[in-house]
Ligand binder design. Structure first.
Ligand code: CO
Length: 390
């Protein structure tokens, strides 16, 4: 319960497919339908992937490992008291909180095609976690609709959230041309003690949900780049909806992170039938149009480099450090933190659902190309909470 509400976790633990009909309000409130159904073994499933990410963070804290992989993790959409986009418990937020016990600064990079909204929101107000998400723009209604270029963090966390919204058809060359300069500058100016990566494979060519055109090698190039820094990596999975390509991608990336050669010829195994007719590891990219222009990519790269330069230009912005080894959330963590004030609890119950924290800090000039809130199912935008509530 370092991040999620006790009530939400208790509900996930106790609800079954047989009993869910008795709790229609809770099922609705926690968004346990459509993308996020109740199913048998749900809680055990959550425990399993969260346990993997948490023990990975612990191994990094103890310096037992310098790279940890958990392809079952990476559930970046889950919120404090709400499931979203196939995510129930946010193992990424929990793992980052674990890393913060030892590391002053943790960097989160998200190369899933969807915006890493749950993680960004959790750390939106702190400067101890920098979040960087490359994703398909939400302007056309693409899920989850957040991750606007102007959403850059707030309060102590201002400029510590970075978003790179993109258009359909991203290819390897375009991706490398933005990833490397931005990440290089991030590593230089933020100097994280650990990096957490969400490596959703829905950003590769041929995904059933995604609309990009990355090869597996192009996707893996991001991990290979991160490996060149002498910083521990917690590598997590995420989305991916053409399943045979997800396993191809993560198998290749596992090999790359282990410095092992892996053949393009699929060896025989009991599921080899899924990989026909070619039985190859790598999949061809398509001839789809790349809607991202060179100018757009360059302009947005410069914008993020500019945002990062504000960090250096602001000597009064000090990193807020918790005491290493003490279970303590960073200052500004969790706008919806539990408090003893019942009025606050009521306020949250009424308003917290489906409004990304970035909405509170939206400036007039930033709203022009914001997503269509109605289209993507966001509830009414509400007044910003007062400083007391934050
Ligand atoms: Co995704």
């Amino acid at each position: 319960n370092a991040f999620h509400s006790d009530e939400y976790v208790a509900f996930l633990k106790n609800v079954t497919t047989d009993t869910m009909d008795q709790y229609p309000d809770a099922v609705d409130r926690y968004n346990l339908s459509a993308d996020c159904p109740v199913f048998d073994g749900l809680y055990e499933y959550c425990q399993t992937y969260v346990g993997g990410s948490l023990s990975g963070a612990a191994r990094i804290n103890q310096k037992t490992s310098d790279i940890v992989l958990n392809w079952s993790g990476g559930m970046h959409h889950a919120k404090k008291a709400e499931a979203s986009g196939f995510c129930y418990i946010n193992d990424i937020v929990l793992a980052i909180l674990e890393l913060l016990k030892v590391h002053m600064r943790v960097l989160y990079i998200d190369i899933d095609i969807h915006h890493g909204d749950g993680v960004e929101e959790a750390f939106y107000l702190t400067n101890r976690v920098m979040t960087l998400s490359f994703h398909q723009s939400g302007v056309g209604g693409f899920f989850p609709g957040t991750g606007h270029a102007n959403d850059c963090g707030a309060k102590a966390g201002k400029n510590y959230s970075l978003n790179f919204p993109l258009q359909a058809g991203m290819d390897d060359e375009s991706y490398a041309s933005i990833f490397k300069p931005v990440v290089t500058k991030v590593m230089e100016s933020f100097q994280p003690g650990a990096v957490v990566l969400c490596c959703g494979a829905d950003s590769i060519a041929g995904d059933r949900v995604g609309c990009w055109n990355l090869s597996i090698k192009g996707h893996a190039a991001c991990l290979e780049h991160m490996k060149t820094y002498d910083v521990p990596l917690l590598v997590l999975g995420g989305g991916g909806y053409t399943i045979r390509n997800v396993s191809r991608c993560w198998a290749y990336e596992t090999a790359k992170l282990l410095d092992q050669h892996i053949s393009d010829d699929m060896p025989w195994h009991e599921h080899v039938g899924y990989y026909g007719p070619d039985y190859k590891l790598h999949v061809p990219i398509s001839n789809m149009e790349n809607d991202n222009t060179r100018e757009d990519l360059e302009r947005q790269t410069q914008r993020l480099l500019q945002q990062l330069s504000h960090l250096e230009a602001a000597p009064n912005v000090q990193i807020q450090t918790g005491q290493p080894g003490v279970r303590r959330a960073p200052d500004g963590f969790g706008i919806h933190d539990d408090s003893e004030d019942d009025d606050d609890a009521d306020y949250r119950a009424r308003h917290a659902k489906r409004v990304h924290l970035a909405e509170y800090f939206d400036e007039d000039d930033a709203s022009g190309d914001r997503m269509d809130a109605g289209k993507i199912g966001l509830h009414q935008l509400i007044d910003p909470p007062s400083d007391d509530e934050l």
